[in-house]
Ligand binder design. Sequence first.
Ligand code: GRF
Length: 197
Amino acid sequence: MSAAKIDIAVFISGRGSNMEALIEACSAPDFPARIAVVFSNDPDAPGLEKARAAGLQTAAINHKNYDSRETFEDAIIETLAPFDPQLICLAGFMRLLTPHFINHYENRILNIHPSLLPDYKGLHTHERVLADGKDQSGCTVHYATAKMDEGEIITSRAVPVLADDTPATLAARILQQEHIAYPQALKIAAEKILHNS
Ligand code: GRF
């Protein structure tokens, strides 16, 4: 008999390598989540094709067709409704979500960020870490709140910063850890939902 699973939605804007790590994790019979839909704000996001190739449902809504963040978010909420996701995993989703959306899915949105939060919120994390001469960085998975890159931390993984690192080499080293951290964090969050239901 296969284990109980919650339905999740994965949000992407680009290549979707974190999404692929989640797809792989969810393929295990005893993993407590299954991907009901992969959503993107960019209909041309390369990750959408990877999701379809894995047999997943996809949906895309171009944010450029909406005159406000809230009307765009209403369209997402309507699109997600039939899938009834119990968690949303933001995985390289590059649109800022307002309280309008965040409150609709309160405590049910996870985000991955390529730094050791609470340090280096926002964009250009690797450039800033290198400019500050830090000797370590990493990635963090946390619950999303209305404030960017804040919210309860579920897990984080550190990597060393090497003397000859560029933003690209540091990003690549961290990305490897993201692919471990996100499935671990999703498992923790999904099991919490299953135990409370
Ligand atoms: C990751 O580094 C993620 O932490 C950041 O954007 C990147 C997305 O990569 N927010 P991918 O689309 O998952 O490959």
